[in-house]
Design a protein around this ligand. Sequence first.
Ligand code: PLP
Length: 399
Amino acid sequence: MPQLAKRTGRARPSAIMQVAQKAKRLKAEGRDIISFSIGVPNFLPGPHVYAAAREALDHDSGQYGSNRGSDALLDAFIGHLERLGLPGYTRAHCASGIGAKHVLYTLAEVLLDEGDGFAFATPYWTTYLDIAEIVGADIQLLPCPPEQDYKLSPAQLDAALARKPKVFLFNNPSNPTGMVYTQAEIAALAEVLVRHPDTWIVTDDIYNAMVFDGIGYHNVVQARPELRERTIFVDSLSKTYGMPGWRVGLLAGPERVATAFATLNSNHITNVPEVVTAAAVAALNGPQDVPQAKCAEFQARRDLVMAALADIPGIVCPKPAGAFYVFPDVSVAFGKSHGDMPIRTDVDLCNALLEVKGVACVPGSAFGEPRALRISYTCPEAQLVPGLDRIREFFAELT
Ligand code: PLP
């Protein structure tokens, strides 16, 4: 019997999806479930996006498109980069893919040979680990526990880069912690990066439109422009424009990286589809009021979640300043029980919370931090406060 390739054994189904599916099953059984588990925005793009998609359908060329992305898409992305404070990129520096997930996966293939060092902070977005394992990278995790606000320090980065990883992947704002690096913190990390010229830098900044408290979005290439020659900026329409299902991801970086990426596309996805491209161009070029309004809404929701958690004795939670996640350290519950359900781990806790209170959260171990759980607060408005109340009740009932 022929065997599957070894890499399939290294790929695991997403832990986040598993929780979401269990919540869905309980809901189908008639349970009243509130889901804080899945990281999708709670809005759809504006009518101009749908109008552009319809218009594109009416004029469908029916042909293959550019492997890099259409000129209109690349130009719209370049405009977006300028608005973000990242001017000076041309079409030759850019490429597009089927969501940031596909962009990151393909980038791993472009930058990493088997056994090459791949460094990133813990807590990490689950897919980083899976991608690293599938491509056979030598994974170097940089622990950033709640005691250091889940943030990477310059000294820690310096020590990690001394081991000369081929790629350093940096996520800001962070999924799952919601942490955002200030301009000064980014500048300090950039100083370190400049001293380690053998490492590619990938910045996964897809939550850049969701930054609170006036901190603003900052990138290492703004602090040290010489880093541009080995930094790849990754973005997506999923979170900013409420378009996760449209699957559009983009990158801007050195020309040879963008060109190699487009070559892999030519043997893989071929191109981002024409109708999707038209919708993406409309989102990027259109009014930016929806992302701005959503950012203000998410900041208010973050405050509600933080206030609820502050009421629970023993929970420690660094205050997030972006994205739509809160990542409390809930280890105070370990060793306790809810009724006859012992809570030994984050997974026990999430299972009990779902069974007893019908609230779905993701265990922190999915992100490499087993003391925490992730609350995604994009659920319908009417569910947020009751869901938080149920979490409070659950902790109060632990013995
Ligand atoms: N990067 C991070 C940090 C994410 O949280 C996600 C999705 O949740 C992605 C990338 C992938 O986004 P996309 O929908 O563009 O594939």
